[in-house]
Design a protein around this ligand. Structure first.
Ligand code: GLN
Length: 338
């Protein structure tokens, strides 16, 4: 086995010696190196092709990433290859036999090496889909999760009139994805977001602008509703940090090592922020309005009890697509009496 193929098998396609070769120019020595490698790697790798195409490269990168502990190796490879080619993911399927030049192979290699270090795909490609929209994504804020779409659905079922001029407040706004999803569904609505983190607010601002909602959004740096003028909202939505501090170390590396601790760490019992929500909702939600929070899958009972104790009669626990407790919603009724 010559040095190039040894390096290639260990590290993926090399920047300087990407394996774009014409079969006719392969010497006998190299041919036999390839056949040895094919035999060596046949257990979990497809044969090394003479010319890399989209199809063969993905066929190679999928087990390569999977061996490094990546669950969604095929999908991630596709997203990263699309990024390396400056193409859309669908373009990969439209032209699977497109050959790749050495520069493209080198770009792809740099991206999958980052992924193998467990950097999230959303950070590497700089984007993540949420509620059918594309948001900028970085280490400045939590990557939008599909589970969080449940909060949008909850608001939609509570306020069926899409043309209502609603006002939403989102503390811990992070990337701004949730607030933007609400503004998409309610074209007459306005949104106020806050975050402790200046970096998160910078990302939220860019996302709000990208969506074209700048005129309908105000962003504040502060703790929950701190600094926001006295007023009531139709809906307060929040995805606070709720992970128990002691459990952070056990999270998957993508979350533990690459997402901001401020957005995850819910303190000793995971409830530090959640415990502050009854008072916040009471302070900020108008009569007939609604407060919704995301919760950890094992926090349902505790959080429902927390809200009941605080005097909210209509508290409901909501399940996500995995049938796990994921959100708690409370309707604010009877403000006048209290
Ligand atoms: N759902 C996230 C996770 O489990 C945590 C989000 C949060 O703390 N708000 O990684």
């Amino acid at each position: 086995m010559n040095a190039f193929w040894q390096r290639f098998m260990a590290n993926g396609p090399s920047e300087t010696e990407a394996p774009v070769r014409k079969a006719a120019t392969c010497g006998a020595e190299q041919e036999s190196a390839i056949s040895i490698l094919n035999r060596l790697s046949s257990l979990d790798q497809p044969p090394i092709p003479a010319i890399w195409t989209i199809r063969t490269l993905l066929g190679w990168s999928t087990p390569w990433l999977a061996r490094r502990g990546i669950d969604s190796a095929r999908l991630d490879g596709e997203l990263l290859l699309a990024k390396a080619l400056g193409a859309r993911r669908i373009d990969l399927f439209l032209d699977p036999d497109r050959p790749l030049n050495p520069e493209e192979l080198a770009d792809f290699k740099a991206l999958i090496v980052r992924r193998a270090a467990r950097e999230p795909v959303a950070h590497i490609v700089g984007m993540r889909e949420f509620w059918g929209m594309t948001f900028l994504s970085s280490g400045a804020a939590l990557i939008p999760r599909p589970e969080t779409e449940l909060l949008v659905e909850t608001i939609l079922s509570h306020f069926p009139d899409r043309s209502a001029p609603l006002a939403f407040l989102e503390p811990c706004v992070g990337s701004g994805a949730l607030l933007c999803a609400l503004l998409k569904e309610y074209p007459q609505a306005i949104g106020v977001g806050s975050d402790l983190s200046a970096e998160a607010l910078g990302l939220a601002r860019r996302n709000v602008e990208k969506c074209g909602y700048a005129a309908r959004v105000e962003l504040y740096q502060g703790d929950m509703d701190e600094g926001i003028s006295e007023r009531l909202f139709d809906g307060v939505v929040v995805n606070p940090p709720y992970i128990v501090s002691g459990e952070l170390a056990g999270l998957q590396p993508e979350v533990r090592d690459w997402e901001p601790r401020l957005a995850l760490d819910g303190g000793e019992d995971g409830l530090t922020l959640l415990k502050r929500l009854p008072a916040l909702f009471w302070r900020r939600v108008r009569e007939g309005g609604v407060g919704v929070t995301e919760i950890g899958y094992d926090q349902g009972e505790q959080v429902v009890a927390l809200f009941r104790e605080a005097g909210f009669a209509k508290v409901e626990l909501l399940m996500d697509y995995h049938r796990l407790p994921r959100a708690v919603v409370m309707k604010v009724e009877g403000r006048e009496e209290v």
